[in-house]
Design a protein around this ligand. Structure first.
Ligand SMILES: O=C(O)C(=O)C[C@H](O)[C@@H](O)CO
Length: 268
């Protein structure tokens, strides 16, 4: 069989906004529900959601029949963890808190086999090769792998151009909650200096010919970031959407207005 084609990686080179949704339940069943709703991509969160390599594998299998492209966020940039995630079939990998070009280059090497990198060979043992059904996997795997590094600190913003310029970095994703917190604004990304940091990062990434993405559940924020050049925008978080829908439903049946604090969040 053919190496699975990475539609998300290919779409990054196109035009228009790719709308994504954050999947935080950590179960295959919830991920499959989300995958049926028409978003272009979904983020399976291994950093803040209760996930493990086996739970991410189950979610990849559950969403495989649908057109919603899975992006898996690792908890951190450890080479052994990256090897395990690639082996279970992750093709688009996001790594949080990348602050230097050197860190980004190390991540690229973790995703490539020698001599270009340090990835170990899983061969017929792993789903990535479809248990050896994919011919020449070792030589061709990198063509369908996509690396997204997250910029979400002052240092990352300062080094955005150098990080995006690294060969093998396909895209940069801005984390507004962590970035604003690192700038002493505790999750409030609308502060003017955070907005300037976001704008400059998008500019620097686009100038390197790489795609930029961001999390922006608010419609106005999402539209502004898309106008500034973001190609892929996560516009919702499944857990928050469920909670908001539950609150609205209860208030509707009780004939009450929503209490502002019931839906407010310091981040999203
Ligand atoms: O810093 C951010 O924003 C992100 O990286 C996304 C958050 O981790 C996400 O969990 C929403 O709060």
């Amino acid at each position: 069989m053919q190496l699975p084609f990475n539609h998300f990686k290919a779409a990054l080179a196109g035009s228009g906004t790719l709308y994504g949704i954050w999947a935080g339940f950590g179960t295959a069943y919830a991920a499959e529900v989300v995958a049926t709703t028409g978003y272009d991509w979904m983020l399976l969160d291994g950093e803040h959601a209760p996930n493990s390599v086996p739970s991410l594998l189950a979610q990849l299998q559950a969403v495989a029949p649908y057109s919603c492209a899975p992006v898996v966020r690792a908890s951190h940039g450890d080479a052994t963890l990256i090897k395990q995630l690639l082996d279970v079939g992750v093709q688009t990998l996001m790594v949080p808190m990348v602050e230097t070009a050197e860190q980004a280059a190390t991540l690229v090497r973790a995703m490539r086999y020698p001599p270009a990198g340090i990835r170990g060979v899983g061969g017929g043992l792993v789903r990535a090769t479809r248990w050896d059904a994919v011919p020449d996997y070792i030589r061709t795997a990198h063509e369908q792998l996509c690396l997204i590094v997250q910029i979400e600190s002052r240092q990352g913003v300062e080094n955005a151009a150098a990080i995006a310029a690294v060969e093998g970095v396909d895209a940069v994703f801005i984390g507004p909650a962590d970035l604003s917190t690192s700038m002493d604004h505790a999750g409030d990304a609308r502060q003017p200096d955070v907005q300037e940091a976001i704008a400059s990062t998008i500019r620097d990434v686009c100038d390197q010919g790489k795609a930029c993405g961001i999390l922006a559940p608010d419609v106005g924020d999402a539209q502004r970031y898309a106008q500034w050049g973001c190609r892929f925008v996560a516009v919702g978080i499944d857990i928050s959407l469920l909670r908001q829908a539950a609150l609205h439903n209860l208030a509707r049946h009780r004939g009450e207005g929503l209490v502002a604090s019931a839906t407010a969040s310091s981040t999203y």
